[in-house]
Design a protein around this ligand. Structure first.
Ligand SMILES: Cc1cc2nc3c(=O)[nH]c(=O)nc-3n(C[C@H](O)[C@H](O)[C@H](O)COP(=O)(O)OP(=O)(O)OC[C@H]3O[C@@H](n4cnc5c(N)ncnc54)[C@H](O)[C@@H]3O)c2cc1C
Length: 513
């Protein structure tokens, strides 16, 4: 097949690759993105799922990052109020650890660094009388409550990919980049379809290496540099246990080793506990939690909750690897969480304006970053792209809703009533789940259905064929895992037989296609 020369070829369908693809396509650049597995199959679905400034990073003087991240909270909340919502965090004061004045000072900066308008500020709590003190040991008399936001990380990635596609980008999943080489005045990128084995050669004026933990592998492998090492791989794991507490706040617990962990209400019936922070040197193909991490998280949480958290309560775990820029920090938790963009081969703007020849073909490597700052990272990447390929459109994503997010955060409950009125046969929890995942696109998922029967085959819990078809047709879902653990989290509610039946159904529709 003859391919046209694209402006950009992006390697990696995590949050950074998809965020850059969306911004660039919206400005009029032609874009192809290749993801070797499913969208968000790596780090971008394994996060703690917080849109946050990162209170802890203040201790490492990461003021630029914290300020940018704090500001992004309300921007992203406005762009995607279905998959992002405000959360209150409870930080109990532990007498043997950081002093109360120190926590209060940190929270003062946190409240004032980032131009907060919607999110409420910090409050001091008497843990002996407040409901949030009830699930905790009596040791904690004082605490603080502050704001951040929750995000469905995997869906944030998919919504960026959908918007990029709507703006003309070509999104290829299960497509691995095996070679990216300069060929005259363009890059030649060879991809391999991971399902059929078919190889295709693409051409582009610029390559964006947004391969997350594989960013150095792409440099050393597909680009044949050999021996390059820019990033430090730091593993972080989470456990999911049956609900430990009934209210809607989260806890942030300090540990004696200086680290912190979160305990967050999760998928109605569960509590999410994480994360660990340790250097990672094993294979990236299958990143899994270790028994030592499970024990660490259970023991750290048990120091605070009245009820012991034990490994046998764990119903699900997930683990990811942070691709942090290697700044030479000694401990894993001290390595910078900020992002670094390295541009190669472009003539700098001024020289180009003066008619100078381009030095070499441009290529941009993305190191580090956070889910929270992906939009700003994409804007910074676009500055580098403009420097290399010339100006097209202007900055635009700040006030642009993501698919399904075209309503105000405060209108969520009204939207829910509207959905329940239009589809009166839905149980309240089912309607809420669909609105949280799809926002205004919930109407497209449900279409003309008048009863549960119209939703087609039932796969377990409240998952029906119509939603599955929507995810296959519009969101690149291929396997049961894509649907059960990334597009939705229904995997927590379906037994093995039901999960296998879904996989069989998906194979049948793929064979028929
Ligand atoms: C435990 C943990 C908790 C975190 N918590 C938070 C949090 O609460 N809030 C927050 O803001 N951030 C958080 N982060 C950070 C955030 O998750 C990451 O910074 C972000 O997801 C990185 O995205 P990425 O696109 O760079 O990488 P990835 O999501 O890993 O995407 C890279 C993609 O490139 C693909 N790829 C690699 N090589 C190739 C190739 N040759 N061809 C095609 N595709 C390829 C991979 O399959 C992968 O999908 C957390 C991270 C971890 C690990």
């Amino acid at each position: 097949m003859v391919q046209t020369v694209q402006d950009l070829f992006i390697i990696g369908g995590g949050i950074n690759g998809c965020g850059i693809a969306r911004d660039a396509a919206g400005r009029g650049y032609s874009v192809t993105l290749a993801e070797m597995n499913d969208l968000a199959s790596a780090t971008s679905s394994a996060s703690t799922k917080l849109i946050h400034g990162g209170l802890r990073y203040l201790e490492y003087y990461e003021f630029r990052l914290v300020r940018e991240a704090l500001k992004e909270r309300e921007v992203l909340l406005g762009n995607a109020p279905h998959i992002i919502w405000p959360l209150r965090f409870v930080l109990p004061h532990h007498k043997g650890l950081r002093p109360a004045w120190f926590l209060r000072l940190g929270l003062f900066f946190y409240d004032h660094l980032g131009g907060r308008k919607l999110l409420p500020g910090t409050k001091t709590l008497d843990m002996r009388s407040h409901e949030v003190g009830k699930p905790l040991k009596a040791l904690f008399s004082k605490g603080f409550e502050y704001s951040d936001c929750w995000v469905n990380d995997a869906r944030l990635v998919v919504l960026n990919a959908m918007d990029a596609k709507a703006k003309g980008a070509n999104i290829l999943t299960r497509t691995k980049v095996i070679s990216a080489q300069k060929q005259g005045d363009h890059w030649e990128i060879v991809t391999q379809d991971q399902l059929s084995g078919e190889q295709v050669t693409h051409m582009a004026r610029m390559v964006i290496n947004a391969a997350g933990p594989w960013v150095d592998d792409v440099l050393n492998g597909a680009m044949e540099r050999g021996g390059v090492q820019n990033i430090r791989l730091v593993q972080g794991s989470h456990i999911v246990v049956p609900k430990v507490f009934d209210h809607d706040r989260c806890y942030i617990f300090q540990n004696k080793d200086g680290r912190i962990i979160f305990a967050i209400p999760y998928e109605e019936d569960f509590t999410l506990i994480g994360t660990t922070d340790q250097d990672y040197t094993q294979s990236l193909d299958k990143v899994e939690i270790s028994q030592a991490e499970i024990d660490y998280l259970c023991s750290a949480a048990s120091k605070y909750f009245t009820k012991d958290i034990t490994p046998d309560q764990v119903v699900w775990t997930y683990s990811g690897v942070r691709p942090l820029y290697d700044d030479g920090a000694s401990a894993a938790q001290e390595a910078t969480r900020d992002y670094i963009l390295k541009l190669e081969g472009a003539t700098k703007g001024d020289a180009q304006k003066n008619g100078a020849e381009q030095d070499d073909l441009p290529c941009l490597h993305v190191f580090g970053g956070k889910i929270t700052t992906y939009r700003k990272l994409a804007e910074s990447a676009l500055e580098k792209i403009e420097e290399s390929l010339g100006h097209k459109g202007s900055v635009w994503t700040r006030s642009a809703d993501l698919p399904g997010g075209d309503f105000e955060p405060q209108d969520f409950d009204a939207k829910l009533t509207e959905l329940q009125t239009d589809y009166a046969f839905l149980e309240a929890d089912h309607a809420r789940r669909l609105l949280r995942l799809y926002g205004n696109l919930a109407w497209s998922v449900l279409g003309n259905a008048k009863s549960l029967n119209d939703l087609g085959q039932w796969f377990g819990s409240d998952l029906y064929e119509r939603e599955v078809r929507y995810l296959v047709d519009h969101e690149w879902a291929i396997s049961a895992e894509d649907i059960l653990y990334r597009r939705t989290k229904r995997g927590l509610h379906l037994d093995d037989t039901q999960q296998n039946a879904l996989q069989l159904y998906l194979q049948t529709i793929h064979n028929a296609a």
